[in-house]
Write a protein that binds this ligand. Structure first.
Ligand code: HEM
Ligand code: HEM
Length: 275
């Protein structure tokens, strides 16, 4: 995603969102509630309705975008979604008249803020991570990297034949037990704990000087190969980490949107029920 959405159509949606915010703020300042500002005043109802309509509309845009695919996402849709989504911070907050309690209304508000904050992270992720992904892979595809690791493993196994157990067992472990991925936390950390390949590399370093003379050459070759493999594994783990970071916010954004819609509907029904 390029940054075109920020200034799409002469910043049409930025201006629209700014106008919505400004009008809400001016109305809030000028309006004199009988008691105090809150969601139940005339202005409160108007701002609440605008906020709810915006939320339903943003969700609908999100669903519709899926049908349009890539192109639509790059321009108008993201622009409208981002700016009007951000304007909700002003509209919904003024609707509440800054009255928050531990209740369903505040739950709806908190969910909305989570959706917005995750959306901001999404924009940041789309702007930042694709560059990091290509810089990290330096032109190679993930498949290329995995193939190279496979080739190194094959070569290492051949070299390890006939070498002392202490060397060959390290290589065997490195080939058979090295894992990529794992739990979501492991993936997000981009690192592996007790990676058999890192382990083999560290131990082979010491063994190069202690194995019998006849095995030195092959042990040294294994050290070089394992070092290369560790480098490749680092790149792969970073690649998977960056893709997970690019994705994770959406796993908050979408489910919390669903929760928000439920809480908001309940909020609206409850205020009319207690009217
Ligand atoms: C059709 C749309 C909406 C209507 C009719 C509406 C109605 C109301 C009413 C009547 C109140 C005052 C309740 C009271 O004083 O007990 C209120 C308060 C509130 N509303 Fe809304 N609202 C709407 C949309 C929204 C939206 C979009 C949000 C945010 C996601 C929201 C969050 C809140 C919060 C946080 C309060 C303050 C609760 C408190 O005083 O503790 N409302 N709303
Ligand atoms: C309460 C307000 C918001 C709601 C209800 C909402 C809802 C949604 C929904 C339903 C989607 C579709 C996700 C999918 O299935 O592909 C979406 C996507 C998205 N939202 Fe929001 N959103 C809101 C605010 C924001 C804000 C403020 C931002 C950014 C500052 C934002 C950034 C995005 C982005 C970048 C996508 C695109 C994801 C993609 O194309 O893969 N959203 N949003």
């Amino acid at each position: 995603m390029h940054d075109g959405f920020l200034t799409y159509a002469n910043s049409r949606y930025l201006k629209l969102a700014a106008a919505v915010c400004l009008t809400s703020i001016v109305a809030y300042i000028l309006y004199e509630p009988v008691d105090e500002h809150n969601g139940g005043t005339v202005l409160g109802y108007i701002l609440g309705t605008v906020g709810a309509l915006l939320i339903f509309w943003l969700t609908w845009l999100g669903i519709r975008k899926r049908k349009y695919g890539g192109h639509f996402r790059l321009t108008g849709w993201v622009s409208a979604h981002v700016y009007l989504g951000l304007s909700l911070i002003v509209v919904a907050t003024l609707h509440t008249g800054f009255q928050f309690d531990w209740n369903l209304h505040t739950l709806a508000y908190a969910l909305m803020i989570i959706v917005i904050v995750s959306g901001i992270f999404g924009i940041y992720a789309y702007a930042r991570y694709p560059k990091l992904v290509s810089a990290n892979r330096r032109g190679a595809s993930l498949d290329d990297l995995l193939t190279q690791i496979g080739d190194i493993d094959r070569e290492s196994r051949q070299l390890a034949v006939g070498l002392p157990d202490e060397v060959s067992s390290l290589i065997l472990k490195s080939c058979e037990e090295t894992a990529i991925g794992g739990s979501i936390f492991r993936i997000l950390s981009g690192k592996a704990v007790n990676c058999p390949s890192d382990n083999a590399f560290a131990k082979l370093r010491g063994l190069v000087s202690s194995v019998d003379q006849e095995h030195v050459l092959n042990t040294r070759k294994l050290l070089v190969l394992t070092g290369k493999k560790c480098g490749l594994l680092g790149t792969v783990r970073r690649d998977i980490q960056l893709k997970a970071l690019m994705d994770i916010w959406l796993r908050v954004h979408v489910p919390v949107t669903v929760a928000l819609l439920i809480a908001l509907t309940a909020h609206i029904i409850s205020v009319f029920y207690y009217w």
